[in-house]
Ligand binder design. Structure first.
Ligand SMILES: Nc1ncnc2c1ncn2[C@@H]1O[C@H](COP(=O)(O)OP(=O)(O)OP(=O)(O)O)[C@@H](O)[C@H]1O
Length: 758
């Protein structure tokens, strides 16, 4: 047997042993599952039979509670076993994907470290057959080539030498191939993975996490980690793997899935990423959108526009000047200067507006106006204004309580004198006293209640006040005074009708949280902000208020901003607003999604010098096709989409500029093509053909993309250019861009992409 054969034999043997061990562990868990299930049913039956179902008898209730504790324990045990079963089942057939031979300094022998989805350990002798990809020692696999290496173990840095690094392809328990690699996770397996079809749900990338990605995933020290990454560089994937890593590390950092929150751009995206954590064997974590936070916090007070409606409004604007004005309004109201203006407004409210009054009761001055104001302004605890005012109200009412008896005594003689009350002097006097107190409370509430909506409305109802508060602030976009006046008037009218544009939702929320406090998410310790470029500085100021104690992972791509020209300055602002002790900013410059041809095409659309590059994977060049008219374009898009499906592409998207266009196209095609429309609220990606707007497609990916209607008239502003860029970067393998009339000036000219006519 030559060396090669011997190596192969050894690997086959190791795989067989691991598979066998996995099977034993699985069987053990399955046996346990049965007994745990029985124990759980038993515990439930006991509780049911031995306790009353609803009782006012306290002793019986405590008894029931004891049973409940038992049931909860049994349930936890059962769920845990279920998880173990799922884990082993997931691993059987492909228990590991990598190996490093590492010899620690001071030791003679190299240890073979096999890396897989989870740890597989022989329970009797504790021999680890496979290490979880998140284990400290596994980091060597992702970060080091043969040669000197180190990893961070709980007890400190361990140094040594990597002798070998090996990768495996194991399918259905069979070793398909393995090879030793010298470069960082060599491209062979990555090539294979990336050339596959996209899936309607995001996939895990544990086997091929790249060095620069691993650094982000395994960072534990940073309180604010900012990642700027080009399209398809794996930001979302990394964010989710990072959560899985932090949860694995949880025993040290005490982080559980309840402590993590993902801020995702919309419901479609939330659906798209919802499978990754369960696939990694972790519980899913909560996801929310800014829309949801705003809608629930402002409900009942304002009808709030959604983000999709805001963008749709921008895209539907009757002329480019209107669209431009709206973009400037969005930038204006989302700016840091506007945050300062709102802070000044709050200070102004506290000092000048709250109508403190002297409080009298029964001829006595309980508190003077000045006393109340002083107490309010010199509060040292730093309570939110509304909470503090309520406390003030309570204090005053407490002071009045002892005076009420005396007051009653004074009322009684008066009631005695009035006719017809002879038999009810006491009760009538008490009633009068209560009425008096109620009236006093009403008077108190004139200054102890503060409504965030009114505060915001006042800003726009008093242009002079606005001007005073805005003095010295530099707002983005160089709006002229006239434009600001128009914006003030327009906002005032809208707010008076009880409506709030999306760009007003953030200021309203900010005021509400600053005034009333924000305790919506007390348990959140790690916030992941995806598509970070879509949020304004004001929205970050809200996150700072909402998640005071949390650490942040912020991932974005400034080139995929929609309504504004993105720039790196946003991240400086994020740092200044979130103010965390340890901040780290990292860049990802390599895209993994699109073929080189599609990436190069998209870069030309963007027309900027980006530092990006893409993973070397070649495919057909994108095509730009001219259609005679809209009907011809519909036909061609339908035909090509169907042809892509026939050719075996799993997910195909026809991307329109706006949701309205997407809905229109869907209506025209739905009877002749098996097609779905992705909607902002309830839609999600499935295999087959989807019609989607460019801004909703953000963050998603498809095997083949047909950009519908890249005409000169449709895509001509900077905003349009960014949308077109987003649309093109969604494609993995195929991209066709259709236009009628002249093509958008942002499309590469002849020669740079294949062009044609239909
Ligand atoms: N290390 C990797 N191994 C395998 N696939 C990867 C790797 N990194 C990224 N990918 C793949 O690249 C594609 C893009 O990843 P992802 O959506 O996470 O990128 P993104 O930076 O969030 O993209 P965008 O900003 O364009 O929405 C996905 O299909 C993902 O599986």
């Amino acid at each position: 047997m030559d060396k090669e054969q011997q190596r192969h034999q050894e690997e086959l043997q190791y795989l067989a042993q691991t598979e066998q061990l996995l099977q034993t562990l699985l069987n053990r868990e399955l046996d346990q599952l049965e007994s745990r299930k029985e124990a759980l049913i038993e515990a439930r039956r006991d509780m049911w039979e031995n306790t009353v179902h609803s009782s006012r008898d306290f002793t019986r209730l405590t008894e029931m509670n004891q049973y409940l504790v038992g049931v909860n324990q049994q349930t936890a045990g059962y769920v845990n076993t279920l998880k173990q079963v799922a884990k082993y089942k997931h691993m059987i057939g492909s228990p590991y994907f990598g190996r490093v031979d590492f010899i620690e300094d001071g030791y003679e022998e190299a240890e073979k470290i096999y890396v897989g989805l989870h740890t597989v350990m022989e329970p009797e002798n504790h021999q680890v057959f496979v290490y979880d990809w998140r284990a400290p020692v596994s980091s060597i696999f992702y970060r080091h080539e043969p040669g000197r290496a180190a990893y961070e173990a709980p007890g400190g840095i361990i140094e040594g030498e990597v002798l070998r690094k090996r990768q495996y392809k194991i399918k259905d328990g069979q070793l398909v191939y393995f090879f030793d690699c010298n470069v960082v996770i060599t491209d062979q397996i990555l090539q294979e993975i990336l050339s596959h079809n996209a899936s309607p749900k995001m996939r895990t990338i544990v086997e091929t996490i790249q060095k620069e990605q691993d650094r982000i995933i395994r960072d534990r020290e940073t309180d604010l980690l900012i990642v700027q990454g080009v399209a398809g560089s794996g930001k979302t994937s990394i964010a989710l793997h990072r959560i899985a890593y932090l949860l694995y590390e949880g025993h040290r950092s005490r982080l559980t899935s309840n402590n993590v929150l993902i801020l995702s751009p919309n419901a479609v995206f939330s659906q798209y990423i919802s499978h990754v954590l369960p696939e990694l064997g972790e519980e899913n974590v909560a996801q929310t959108t800014f829309d949801d936070i705003a809608a629930s916090a402002l409900a009942g007070r304002f009808a709030v526009e959604s983000r999709a409606e805001q963008l749709e409004g921008l895209l539907q604007a009757e002329d480019s000047r209107t669209a431009f004005r709206r973009q400037r309004a969005i930038a204006f109201k989302g700016s840091r200067a506007f945050v300062t203006l709102l802070d000044r407004l709050l200070r102004h409210w506290a000092h000048r507006v709250i109508p403190f009054e002297d409080v009298f009761y029964d001829g006595v001055t309980v508190e003077t106006r000045q006393q109340l104001k002083n107490r309010f302004l010199h509060n040292k605890i730093g309570l939110p204004m509304a909470v503090q005012l309520r406390r003030l109200e309570e204090t005053v009412l407490k002071k009045i309580a002892p005076l009420q008896k005396r007051r009653l005594k004074r009322i009684e003689p008066i009631v005695t004198k009035s006719e017809g009350r002879d038999f009810e002097i006491k009760s009538f006097s008490r009633l009068l006293s209560m009425k008096e107190t109620k009236a006093l409370r009403r008077r108190l509430r004139r200054f102890t209640r503060v409504d965030y909506g009114r505060v915001y409305e006042t800003l726009f109802a008093q242009p002079k006040l606005f001007a005073r508060l805005a003095r010295g602030l530099s707002f983005p976009g160089d709006m002229t005074e006239k434009e600001i006046e128009a914006l003030i008037a327009e906002t005032r009218d809208r707010l008076r009708r009880g409506q709030a544009r999306y760009e007003d939702a953030a200021p309203l929320l900010y005021l509400k949280f600053r005034l009333e406090g924000a305790s919506l998410y007390p348990e959140i310790k790690q916030v992941v902000v995806d598509e970070a470029q879509d949020y304004t500085p004001l929205q970050y100021a809200i996150f700072a208020t909402l998640f005071k104690e949390a650490r942040f992972t912020v991932l974005g791509d400034i080139h995929q901003s929609v309504e504004k020209e993105g720039d790196l300055g946003l991240y400086d602002e994020v740092v200044e607003i979130l103010r965390k002790p340890q901040t780290l900013r990292l860049y990802l410059e390599k895209g993994y999604r699109s073929s080189q041809e599609i990436s190069a095409f998209a870069r030309q659309v963007l027309g900027k010098d980006q530092n990006g590059m893409s993973f070397e994977r070649h495919d057909e060049a994108p095509r730009i096709v001219h259609a005679e008219d809209s009907a011809a374009m519909d036909d061609a898009a339908a035909h090509d989409a169907a042809a892509f499906v026939d050719a075996g592409f799993g997910t195909v998207a026809i991307i329109c500029k706006s949701q309205r266009e997407a809905a229109g196209l869907y209506d025209r095609l739905k009877d002749r093509l098996d097609v779905k429309l992705i909607q902002p609220r309830e839609g999600w990606v499935e295999t087959g053909i989807s019609i989607v707007s460019a801004y909703l497609a953000k963050g998603l990916e498809f095997d083949a993309v047909i950009v519908y209607g890249a005409d000169e008239g449709r895509y001509r502003s900077d905003l349009d250019r960014r949308l077109l860029y987003i649309a093109c970067t969604r494609a993995l393998h195929r991209l066709i861009v259709y236009h009628t009339g002249d093509s958008s000036p942002f499309l590469p000219g002849p020669g740079k992409a294949a062009t044609g006519f239909i």
